[in-house]
Ligand binder design. Structure first.
Ligand code: HEC
Length: 178
């Protein structure tokens, strides 16, 4: 390629492309990461630990119950809405669930870059509320399926509110590594 052509290519293609990319980047919603607390937007509550990209939570829902799942395996609920019609479905379907997008017009401080960071914030609540009568158990001490029963009984022992329990439950479930 002659030198002039290389220079023209640089001036008219590469530089404008680089400018366009940086402009798009500057105006796009850069909030990506994991929610470090439950966030309610309109009718929809998205639970902490949910992955956010570009200011949106990508979840799955069954169009009937209003429960939002993080993935197609229904083991961890990741949100809830009273009114299913307020959800936005992308049209994609898998395992009987519909891909759902929830916009989160929320502040940067509600998103942590990594899941361990997000979990750490909510761990404070667990260790505060669950070590008043006995030492708080490490989440890995019990299997996931045992924790729901334990937490329900401890909620009654400790008079813990539903919203605090939902944070504690997610802390425990997301912390389990085995
Ligand atoms: C008001 C006091 C109190 C508070 C607050 C409390 N617990 Fe307990 N916890 C108890 C008592 C009493 C027992 C033993 C009797 C029982 O299992 O019901 C117990 C037992 C446990 C056990 C053993 C259960 C088993 O089956 O071996 C776990 C795990 C536990 N608590 C976790 C928690 C967690 C998590 C929290 C916070 C959500 C919590 N506790 C808050 C009083 C409390």
């Amino acid at each position: 390629m002659p030198k002039g052509a290389v220079l023209r290519k640089f001036l008219f293609i590469i530089i404008p492309a680089a400018i366009a990319v940086s402009v798009i980047y500057a105006f796009s919603d850069s909030r990506s990461g994991y929610l470090n607390k439950n966030v309610t937007t309109g009718d929809v509550t998205v639970f902490f630990g949910t992955e956010i990209s570009g200011g949106r939570a990508h979840l799955w829902s069954d169009k009937v119950s209003g429960v939002l799942y993080a993935d197609t395996d229904k083991s961890i609920d990741n949100g809830f809405t009273k009114d299913v019609s307020s959800l936005r479905f992308t049209g994609k379907k898998a395992n009987g669930l519909f891909e759902t997008v929830v916009s989160l017009p929320k502040a940067d401080d509600e998103v942590s870059e990594t899941l361990p960071e997000a979990i750490k914030e909510s761990g404070k609540k667990y260790y505060e509320m669950c070590s008043t009568c006995h030492a708080a158990a490490e989440p890995n001490r019990y299997a996931k399926h045992r924790w729901d029963g334990i937490l329900k009984s401890m909620q009654q022992h400790g008079g813990i509110s539903d919203s605090d329990l939902s944070v504690i439950r997610r802390y425990v479930i997301l912390s389990i590594t085995n």
